[in-house]
Design a protein around this ligand. Sequence first.
Ligand SMILES: Nc1ncnc2c1ncn2[C@@H]1O[C@H](COP(=O)(O)OP(=O)(O)OP(=O)(O)O)[C@@H](O)[C@H]1O
Length: 259
Amino acid sequence: MAKSIDVSDLNIYYGDFLAVEGVNIAIPARSVTAFIGPSGCGKSTFLRSLNRMHEVIPGAHVQGKVLIDGEDLYADEMDPVNVRRMVGMVFQRPNPFPTMSIYDNVLAGQKLNSKRMKKSESDAIVERSLRSAGLWAEVKDRLSRPGSGLSGGQQQRLCIARAISVEPEVLLMDEPCSALDPISTSVIEDLIHELKEKYTIVIVTHNMQQAARVSDETAFFNLSGVGKPGKLVESGRTEKIFSNPDEEATEAYIQGRFG
Ligand SMILES: Nc1ncnc2c1ncn2[C@@H]1O[C@H](COP(=O)(O)OP(=O)(O)OP(=O)(O)O)[C@@H](O)[C@H]1O
C-alpha cells in the first residue's frame, strides 16, 4: 500500500514565475513528513506538485522528476486522475460537499473514478473509511444527513474519510488543523499517527509543536530572497532537524527568530 516518494531536481513554475527551485528529497513510506518554512516559500506548491494538483492552475508546470515507488508521476502516459487516486489530498479548510449526505461525501471520490458498485460494497467502503478516520461512532446513526451539519473537526475527519475511501498510497495534508480548535486538532494528530501505519503522509504545517509531535521527518523550506524562488534548505529526522539542524536558517526559523 504505502509508497515512498523520490523527488529529483524539481522546479515548479506558475507561467514564467519560478516558485520552487531544485528540490531533491526522498520521502519514506509509512511515515509522516512535515514541510515547514515561512509564508510564500512554496510548501503548498511543492505539496500540490506531488499529486499534480497544481496543474489545475493554467500555465503551472514542473521540470524534474517525482517518482512514487519508481513510477514517474509526470510521464506522458500517466493519467493525472490516476495520480490523484494514488495520492490523496486533505485541505486547510474542511470542504465536504455541503448538501451531500455524510454517506455520499465518503463515496464522492469513488464516483469521480466512475465506479459502479453494489449497495453492500458501498456500505462497506463507507464504514471502513469512517472507521479509519475515527468518525464512525459519531456519525453511524446519521449517515443520510448533510456533511455540513458536522462540527469543523468532524468535517475534517469526513474529508479524511473521503480521501482514504479510494485507498490511496499517499495522503497529502495542507495545514489540516489550521481551522480547528485545540481538541479537534489533537484528535486529527492522533489520527495521523494511526494512519501512518497504512499510508505515506506528508503534512504542511505552520505549527512547530505540531511538526515535532506528528512527524518522523521534517523538511525546511525557505526563500532565497524577495521575489526569488523557494528552496528546500534541509530535511531529515525530525529530532535532528529540531535539535541539531545543519543550517543556521533552520535553527533560526524553528526558534521563531523569523517567519
Ligand atoms: N496560483 C498561483 N499563481 C501564481 N503564483 C502563485 C500561485 N500560488 C502560489 N503562488 C506563488 O508561489 C509562491 C509559493 O507559494 P505557496 O503558497 O506555495 O507558499 P507557502 O509556503 O505554502 O505559503 P503559505 O505558508 O503562506 O501558505 C509564492 O510566491 C506565491 O505567491
